[in-house]
Design a protein around this ligand. Structure first.
Ligand code: FAD
Length: 373
């Protein structure tokens, strides 16, 4: 078989796509298309899931399985930001309790199996839009295992394909046109083996042209990452010297005492800027998670948003399938308050670092965030 007709095609099997597919699948014909090779390199970023996500995981019916996976708790966020003193944001002061240092591969696997258990079909490969008519979408899947489904007809298309997605641009570019407030932040990262058990904290430190992050990562390792603008540094040179630079940053070096700095893995780079679509939904399409709105990793907000938008969009998709042409488009109204709250928080965070008043990195953020508010 190489063609399939469904109610909903969800492109992207990260938390947003899997949460939406799991919620919709019991009542509709849903297919989830994912390109696992695309995300494999990013699984060790040391991501933290906030404690508030427990409610979403319970609603998805995966809470017990999540607990059984044993993601280590993240009890505090330490920082040197705005000054040289070490500050601690203790999870005890958070009503939702401690978050978790995620094993992303295990977490994504858990959500994907929840979606397939509830009846969503899972296809592997790169999806692209081949046509859009009144009666739905034609989607082509390249690079999957053969023989396999290579074409899907769907009444509703959901873009859950992550940060910087271009999936909907070819056919709906007037609606999904330019990204607003886009920035070019990149994250350079490497792993260090850990000699002693990790402490259950993450650490952020600002620097003249960016900021550092370190946290435990799965597999007895720790991630060390630097976030900067690619036009301010020689990214290739920085990738080769990342560990040396980390070791030469006194506050950070103290946090890396448990790690072997001389056996770092080769550094990688990924996009980390914030962005959003002008419109996140139309009568028969929708974007969720990072595809709709991607946040600066400083906010640690992306995974919650991905799960939340995946879970809460399902009734509107059902409404669209029942013939309500405004059901999905109405979701657009929920985007603005989230984006505004994010901008306020990001502006506050970047404005609180004043030690490098002439640094293009800090100047650009302070200027851009205040202009875009
Ligand atoms: C450096 C960095 C650090 C971060 N740290 C944190 C953190 O600590 N806490 C936090 O909450 N968030 C963090 N985030 C954000 C978090 O990773 C994202 O918000 C989250 O992964 C978004 O989930 P998603 O499902 O929307 O997209 P993704 O997780 O990106 O999933 C998208 C999926 O779509 C697939 N795909 C893409 N294109 C196609 C295609 N054409 N066809 C088929 N499949 C496709 C991809 O392979 C992928 O599997 C961080 C992000 C970065 C860059």
């Amino acid at each position: 078989m190489d063609g399939l007709e469904v109610d909903v095609a969800v492109v992207g099997g990260g938390p947003a796509g899997a949460a939406l597919a799991a919620t919709l699948a019991p009542g509709h014909r849903v297919v989830l298309v994912d390109r696992p090779s695309h995300r494999r390199g990013r699984e060790g970023l040391g991501e933290t899931l906030p404690g508030a996500a427990a409610r979403l995981l319970r609603e998805l019916g995966v809470w017990d399985a999540f607990v059984a996976q044993g993601h280590p708790a993240c009890h505090a966020r330490l920082s040197r930001w705005g000054g040289p003193q070490l500050l601690a944001q203790d999870a005890l002061r958070d009503l939702d309790g401690a978050g978790w240092s995620l094993d992303r591969a295990a977490f994504d696997g858990l959500l994907l199996s929840a979606a397939t258990r509830r009846g969503a079909g899972l296809l592997t490969g790169r999806a692209r839009v081949d046509g859009h008519e009144d009666n739905g979408w034609s989607i082509v899947i390249d690079g999957g295992p053969r023989p396999a489904v290579t074409r899907v007809q769907a009444r509703v298309l959901v873009d859950a394909s992550g940060r910087g997605s271009r999936l909907l641009r070819s056919v709906a570019h007037r609606e999904v046109s330019a990204l607003q407030g886009a920035d070019r932040l990149v994250c350079l990262w490497t792993h260090l083996p850990v000699r002693h058990p990790a402490q259950g904290t993450s650490y952020v430190e600002s620097a003249a042209n960016g900021w550092w992050f370190t946290a435990p990562a799965p597999g007895g390792r720790r991630v060390v990452s630097f976030h900067t603008d690619p036009d301010l540094v020689d990214v290739t040179a920085l990738m080769h010297t990342l560990t040396d630079r980390a070791a030469a940053t006194p506050g950070l070096a103290e946090q890396l005492r448990d790690s072997s700095l001389d056996v770092a893995s080769s550094a990688r780079v990924c996009a980390a800027g914030s962005s959003r679509l002008d419109r996140v939904a139309g009568p028969d399409w929708l974007a969720v998670g990072d595809a709709a709105m991607a946040f600066d990793p400083l906010s640690s907000q992306g995974l919650f948003h991905a799960l939340y938008t995946g879970l809460t969009s399902a009734p509107a998709v059902s409404g669209a399938l029942a013939g309500d042409r405004r059901a999905l488009a109405q979701l657009h109204g929920s985007v603005e308050p989230v984006w505004s709250a994010y901008r306020v928080a990001a502006r506050h965070a970047y404005a609180s670092e004043r030690r490098w008043p002439d640094s293009p990195f800090w100047l650009a953020r302070q200027r851009r965030l205040s202009l875009a508010s």
